[in-house]
Structure formats: C-alpha cells, structure tokens
Design a protein around this ligand. Structure first.
Ligand code: ISJ
Length: 162
C-alpha cells in the first residue's frame, strides 16, 4: 500500500497543522471558519486540476474534506483548551506568515499526489489500501483520537471508483 503513503502522510500533516491554526485563532476574534480563504483554496485547486489530468469536481470534493477535517481538529482543540486551560498552547503563531504558507505547501503536495495516484485511486482495491495506509500513518505519527478521526475523514473521498 506504499502507493498511498505520501498522500496519506500529507493529509496527516495537514490535520496536525490544525493545532497551529487553532493556536493562532484561539482567544482572538478570528473565527475557525474562514469561508473566503476556503473558497480561494478550492478555486486554486480546481484551476490546477485539468493540467494535472484530474477532474476538477473530484479535486474540490477532496479538498473540501481536507478543510472540514481541519476544522474538526480546531473545534476539538478549542473544546480541550476551554475545559483544560493548562493544555492551552503557550504562544500564538501568526496565521498569515507562519501557518498558511505551510498549508499552501501541503495543498500543492496533495494535488501532486492526487495526480500521481490517479490510476490507483480508480481501482476497487483503493479503499482497502487507503485504510491500511491510514492506520500505518496513524500509528507511525502516534495520532490521538481527534487527529486519527480527522485523518480518516480527510481522505474519505480519495478513491474514485464509486
Ligand atoms: C486552516 C484554516 O482554518 C479553516 C480551515 C481551512 C483549511 O483547512 O484550509 C481554511 C480556512 C478556515 O475555514 C485557516 O484559516 O487557514
């Protein structure tokens, strides 16, 4: 199942960067949901899809799931930090200069991997292979339940054979 390793690894990294996103926003007026930023990402990946041999609507669906999963993590962390103030992050990273550039790189990598795995994602074996890979990445990264669930959600529409 090594074919889906990089794709799954990047999705896991994207879910873990949500910790920094949440830390950047927690205790500030900036809401977890930023529809303008989300639309910019979706428009950008949709525009790049045809040149990579990918269906724009499928790519948008994949990134919508990535974004939803990211917000699931952010909300989970807000709840944790509200209940347990001692677990709050010590600093506040800058969203625009420190966090979003990392997300942009992960988005670019994910797009590249969607193209690299296009044929494998179209096969019936995709679901099982992706599930195995997600468990491996999960274990390797020692994800907690919140990030583990988010990883599963974030790749749920990666297989294209349905
Ligand atoms: C990650 C952020 O938080 C949310 C999640 C996003 C994402 O996963 O790309 C984009 C916008 C926000 O709705 C952010 O604001 O950058």
């Amino acid at each position: 199942s090594s074919g889906f390793w990089t794709l799954t690894e990047l999705a896991a990294q994207r879910g873990q960067i949500a910790d920094k996103v949440a830390a950047a926003k927690f205790g500030t007026p900036s809401p977890i949901d930023d529809p303008v930023r989300e639309q910019q990402i979706l428009d950008s990946v949709a525009a790049k899809a045809p040149g990579l041999g990918l269906d724009a609507a499928s790519v948008v669906r994949f990134f919508r799931d990535q974004i939803e999963a990211n917000k699931v993590v952010q909300r989970g962390l807000y709840a944790r930090w509200t209940t347990h103030p001692g677990s709050r992050p010590p600093g506040r990273p800058d969203l625009a200069t420190e966090v979003r550039p990392v997300i942009d790189r992960l988005n670019a990598g994910l797009l590249t991997e969607l193209a690299a795995t296009r044929d494998a994602r179209a096969r019936p074996s995709c679901d099982a292979r992706l599930a195995v890979t997600a468990r491996l990445v999960d274990a390797r990264r020692g994800l907690d339940r919140l990030h583990s669930v988010a990883l599963g959600e974030s790749v749920r529409s990666a297989c294209s054979h349905r």
